[in-house]
Design a protein around this ligand. Structure first.
Ligand code: ZN
Length: 155
């Protein structure tokens, strides 16, 4: 799984299911969930980095609040077969998650159905105009609700 795919899975690990907030990183299944996603460390540490990045993506926290996860990380030039490459050193999982976020900044956003949905999406389309985690669930639900609101307001 690519770094941004893991990041998205991590951010989406606290979905609302049938109206009930859930959290894969709490309870008996949490360690197994982390292992299945190749994420090292404890569920507590994973929740900390998840909630920190989610807060930035939701514009609730400044990006500078992520600095604490980047301490000790540096880029080192390495001369290889085909030239010089920059290698990241000292990046534990939390730092890798922040760097993955930096790669998809502007394309990673919360689902617009924010009253019913806590999921995030990465929009890789040229238009970069995707609004819902899934058209078949949130997109249609939101359209239906707006339609009902309109009908109600015209009574
Ligand atoms: Zn959604």
């Amino acid at each position: 799984m690519s770094n941004d795919a893991v990041l998205l899975e991590l951010l989406n690990s606290a979905p609302i299911v049938d109206g009930v907030p859930t959290d894969e990183l709490r309870g008996a299944g949490a360690s197994g969930w982390l292992r299945a996603h190749g994420i090292p460390g404890t569920p507590t540490a994973a929740r900390e980095i998840r909630d920190a990045i989610a807060g930035v993506v939701r514009d609730e926290q400044p990006a500078a609040s992520l600095q604490r996860f980047l301490d000790g990380v540096r880029q080192v030039p390495v001369a290889g077969e085909s030239g010089v490459e920059w290698k990241v050193e000292g990046a534990r999982f939390a730092a890798r998650a922040v760097l993955a976020w930096a790669q998809v900044q502007g394309r990673l956003r919360p689902c617009e159905n924010d009253a019913e949905c806590t999921l995030f999406l990465i929009d890789r389309s040229k238009a970069n105009a995707r609004r819902w985690c899934s058209m078949s669930t949130c997109g249609n639900r939101l359209k239906a609700r707006r339609h009902q609101d309109r009908l109600r307001n015209t009574d």
